[in-house]
Each structure stands twice: as structure tokens, then as C-alpha cells.
Design a binder for this molecule. Structure first.
Ligand SMILES: Cc1ncc(COP(=O)(O)O)c(C=O)c1O
Length: 366
């Protein structure tokens, strides 16, 4: 049995007729930037997430960067971010000119720890970025209270978590902004780069719209230095075809995750429990295993593709190690050594999961 890590071509086949028609429509109209597909997608996403507005941009990284810029976070400011996340979370802080300050993971979880956030606070801290890693919502309440009591912005990095909920409300609608990515492998993936910002503050939303389009106010009037960060109409049209399927796909992912939990219960694999009051969208199903590298090799020998998200925590990345020397965040570092992402995508057959469970048992009994 050959099991890939994910199957984007298969996903396209499932929706081929609808996607081809939507793309053709854009070709025939001949409007490729800032037209009706974008406007409609923004409206539909705002409804879906439960935010007053959504501003589409050209990546999740830009969704974070523009959020920081719009909040006027810049040189001399600190922003607390988890050490265990994709590099772009911290990179966006540096691109804004500010300094990322790294916090550890909560014990037994992959997400940021509120106590570690407290320890990372400095007199220069302006914001905290909560990353809903692998589709599992962060326990937001303690972070919201902490940010409110220290006058900090809470920004959500929901790049991996579209459709997830915290206490019955959509992820991305809790922070001053919520940043989403439509990178092709995401639960809602474009056919190229894409991203969006959820925002319920009308003035900030106006500023974000301006920043994504060269700081433009009128056609050739530019009131500030901005970016070229627009989502193109082809991507918007494709995302609009996919959005109505997202809840069904996320439900399938939850069923697959439940099957994994069953199939792996007599193995040395471990994984965080889904927090009470949260609905995860299992962007990845990531386990820890004491012999991660050997297990990955063994699975590869048996045609099972897996991945390591993430082998180097941000504070140990060469890009940050010079500016952030001597930091120790033991839980993030331990995870980086032990995590393994097993295949998960809506069309993954349940037999594949049973097969992977049996293979992991074979590996441990060798
Ligand atoms: C947690 C996280 N934040 C930010 C990003 C950046 O998104 P993009 O690749 O769309 O720029 C990603 C993308 O993988 C991500 O996983």
C-alpha cells in the first residue's frame, strides 16, 4: 500500500468540473486583480469565520506582516511568538522591524504556553501572536486576559486552522486580527500562494486594505508606503469553489484523527489531547515518538510518506541564533526531536490508518 503525505491532485480531480468552470469564467471576463471574485470571497470568508471583515492578501506571511504594520509595530518593539511554529510567524515580526521573543510550548501540547508568554514579557512588548498549530486552537482565554491586563495586541496566526472553533466561535475572530494562509497544502488551499486577514475593527480594516495595495487611497494617490499583496482573481475563484466543502473536509479529518488515536493506542506514539471547548481541524496529525528518525525511515521503507514539522524550533534557526543567543526552551526543543506528521487528508482511506498503526507496532516489536 503506497500512502502519500497528502494528495492535492486527487483533491483537484474531485472538484475538477467546478474549478475549471470558475477559472474559465475569470479568463473570459479578463479581470485578474481586485475584482468581483475577491470581493465575494472576502464576504463569504467573513461570514464563515465570524469576523466583521476579511481582507484577502497574497500569503499568510503577508497577513501577519500587514497586521503588524497596521498596528504600527516596528523597530524597538517586541512581539512574543511561540518557538515551535513555522518560521514565517517569527519572520513576519522581523520583517516589520520588531524583535520576536520566543515562548515555549504548554506541557503536553504543541501550542504556546501562557506561563512562558508571561516570562517573555519585556517593557517593549507590544503584541503576542498565538499560533493555532496543526489546526488545534490555542487556549485563548488566558492569553486574552494576559494581553488585556498588559495592554498588548493579541494577533492570531490561524494559517493552519481555518474552520477550527474555540468555545463555539471561529478561530481568527478573537484577536485584533487573524491571519490565514491558503498555501496549497492548507485545509483550504489555493493553486498558488494566498492569504487573508480577519478583522473586526473598521479603521484597521481600512488601513489593511490600503497597505495591501501600495498604500493607495485613490487610483494614483498613495497616502503611505504599502505593499503589493493582493490575492489574484484566479485564486479567489478557486477558493470560492472550495469553501463550501471545507466543513465536510474538516469533519473527515476529525474522523481520521479519531481512527489514528485508536490505531496507535498500544504504541509508544503520543499526541496532545484536543482541549475541551475547542474543535480542531487536524491540519496535521502529529505524534511524538522516542525513535522518530528510525520510525520515519521504517515507514518510508514501507511506502508511507511522513514529514517532520518542525525539526528546528525558531529560536535555534540560524537566522535567529545570533540575535537570540543562549535561549533554552526545553519543550519546544524536545518536540523538534520527536515529532512526526502522519498522512492526513480528507480522502485518506481508513484502511491506510489501520495499516500505519500495524506498521508502527511492527517497528516497535523488531
Ligand atoms: C503557522 C504558519 N504561519 C504562517 C505561515 C505562512 O503562510 P504562507 O506560506 O501562506 O505565507 C504558515 C505557512 O505554512 C504557517 O504554517
Amino acid at each position: 500500500m503506497i500512502i502519500p503525505q497528502l494528495d492535492l491532485a486527487g483533491e483537484y480531480q474531485q472538484l475538477r468540473a467546478e474549478i475549471d468552470a470558475a477559472v474559465q469564467q475569470v479568463f473570459l471576463k479578463g479581470a485578474f486583480i481586485d475584482d468581483e471574485e475577491n470581493a465575494a470571497l472576502e464576504y463569504e470568508l467573513a461570514e464563515y469565520i465570524g469576523a466583521a471583515e476579511v481582507i484577502c492578501v497574497n500569503s499568510g506571511t503577508d497577513a501577519l506582516l500587514l497586521s503588524l504594520k497596521a498596528l504600527e509595530i516596528s523597530a524597538g518593539d517586541d512581539v512574543i511568538v511561540p518557538a515551535f511554529t513555522f518560521f514565517a510567524t517569527a519572520e513576519a515580526v522581523s520583517l516589520a522591524g520588531a524583535r520576536p521573543c520566543f515562548a515555549d510550548c504548554a506541557p503536553g501540547q504543541y501550542n504556546i504556553d501562557a506561563d512562558s508568554v508571561r516570562q517573555a514579557l519585556t517593557p517593549r512588548t507590544k503584541a503576542v501572536i498565538a499560533v493555532h498549530l496543526f489546526g488545534q486552537p490555542v487556549d485563548l482565554l488566558p492569553l486574552q486576559e494576559f494581553c488585556a491586563s498588559h495592554n498588548l495586541w493579541l494577533i492570531e496566526d490561524a494559517a493552519q486552522a481555518i474552520g477550527a472553533c474555540y468555545h463555539d466561535r471561529g478561530i481568527g475572530s478573537f484577536g485584533i486580527t487573524g491571519a490565514f494562509s491558503f498555501y496549497p497544502t492548507k485545509n483550504l488551499g489555493a493553486f498558488g500562494d494566498g492569504g487573508a486577514i480577519a478583522c473586526s475593527d473598521p479603521d484597521l480594516a481600512t488601513r489593511l486594505r490600503r497597505l495591501r495595495n501600495h498604500g493607495r487611497q485613490g487610483r494614483y494617490q498613495h497616502s503611505e508606503i504599502g505593499f503589493n499583496s493582493r490575492l489574484d482573481e484566479l485564486q479567489a475563484a478557486i477558493l470560492r469553489v472550495k469553501l463550501p466543502y471545507l466543513d465536510g473536509w474538516n469533519a473527515q479529518r476529525r474522523q481520521l484523527a479519531a481512527l489514528y488515536r485508536q490505531a496507535l493506542q498500544n504504541t509508544e506514539c503520543d499526541w496532545p489531547a484536543v482541549l475541551e471547548g475547542t474543535v480542531s481541524v487536524h491540519h496535521q496529525f502529529v505524534v511524538t515518538h522516542p525513535q522518530r528518525n528510525a520510525l520515519q525511515l521504517f515507514l518510508a521503507e514501507h511506502n508511507i510518506s511522513t514529514a517532520v514539522f518542525y525539526p528546528i524550533p525558531c529560536h535555534c534557526q540560524p537566522a535567529f541564533s545570533e540575535s537570540h543567543p543562549g535561549i533554552s526552551l526545553p519543550l519546544a526543543e524536545c518536540l523538534a526531536d520527536q515529532v512526526l506528521a502522519l498522512p492526513i487528508y480528507p480522502a485518506l482511506p481508513p484502511e491506510a490508518i489501520r495499516h500505519i498503526g500495524e506498521l508502527i507496532q511492527d517497528f516497535e516489536q523488531r
